[in-house]
Design a binder for this molecule. Structure first.
Ligand code: SF4
Length: 303
């Protein structure tokens, strides 16, 4: 059986089902599997299958040590049903089939492990434990501390910045430098304690020289913030600046236009406003930011 062709066929069929908007399928004796992962799994296997068939083909055509080349030509031109292949070729084909089967089983097993490990994380501390040694992007190599987030584990409002700076990196806590002190003052001016909210960033490790995180770094770190939001389930997410706002809702315009307008990210209400470090550089924007902040108590604390 041509497994490569079969897998390509299955992949095409799965792609068609997926395009129709069906995201899950049941595979016998397996838990519910996200279709995208099956497609990715098959995509990862197919090159292996091609390699295997190519190697088998090379073996069948070259046979450098075979004493009777003419015998091999005869075999190649003969129907295998009546003239079964020599034992060494049959053995190689069997081995190839076993490897293919193992590749599939392994890929599906990985899908299941991934899903089950994602299911088990129910608290922010479990999520932190999962990622505390994270090296998914290059920022992991240069950080002093991973800045996961700080605040009430059932806070109704989450403040979301872009990434830790030098002070945050040194202390392992978000928004503790000059911009952090301004944020704390603004929260207190609303009559709320900083300890009653949850504060975090899109990326958890400091980008060197305080540069913006790159799109690749953001996408590596995105699963963490997505899970933080799901676990915390806040009534309101206040995005501070362009990067967190456009990471959650890419279609929004720049922060100057988007600020102060209530938005929706999946199940959560989002209020975009300026980043405190922008306010330190542009004091004239402070009244606008304060207008936005005044909306927080109503959106986050009123039933
Ligand atoms: S920035 Fe995020 S993805 Fe990159 S190493 Fe740190 S925790 Fe991991």
């Amino acid at each position: 059986m041509d497994y490569s062709a079969l897998l390509l066929q299955i992949e095409n069929q799965l792609q068609t089902v997926h395009k129709k908007g069906q995201n899950y399928m049941n595979i016998e004796a397996m838990p519910r599997v996200e279709l995208r992962r099956v497609i990715e799994g098959l995509g990862a296997i197919i090159p292996v299958e091609k390699d295997i068939s190519q190697k088998q083909q090379e073996k069948q055509t070259s046979f450098p040590n075979h004493p009777d080349q003419s015998g091999m030509i005869q075999y190649k031109n003969t129907h295998p049903k009546f003239f079964p292949p020599p034992a060494d070729i049959a053995e190689n084909q069997d081995k190839g089939n076993k490897v293919k089967q193992q590749s599939l089983t392994k890929a599906f097993a990985q899908i299941v492990i991934h899903q089950e490990s994602a299911k088990k994380i129910n608290t922010l501390s479990e999520l932190f434990q999962k990622y505390e040694d994270c090296q998914r992007c290059a920022l992991g190599k240069t950080r002093k501390n991973l800045v996961f987030g700080r605040g009430l584990s059932n806070a109704t409002v989450m403040f979301l910045g872009e990434g830790p700076g030098a002070d945050e990196d040194a202390q392992g806590e978000p928004f503790v430098g000059r911009a952090g002190r301004l944020l704390t003052k603004m929260i207190s001016a609303l009559g709320i304690e900083r300890s009653d909210v949850y504060i975090t960033n899109i990326v958890k490790c400091r980008p060197p020289e305080n540069r913006n995180p790159t799109p690749a770094e953001i996408s590596c770190c995105l699963p963490i913030i997505k899970q933080q939001i799901k676990i915390l389930n806040p009534k309101l997410i206040v995005t501070l600046g362009n990067i967190p706002t456009k990471t959650l809702i890419p279609e929004l315009p720049g922060i100057t236009k988007a600020r102060g307008k209530i938005q929706q990210y999946e199940n959560w209400t989002v209020l975009p406003t300026f980043h405190p470090s922008y306010l330190l550089r542009n004091r004239s924007a402070m009244p606008l930011a304060w207008e936005d902040f005044k909306k927080i108590p109503e959106l986050a604390f009123n039933n």
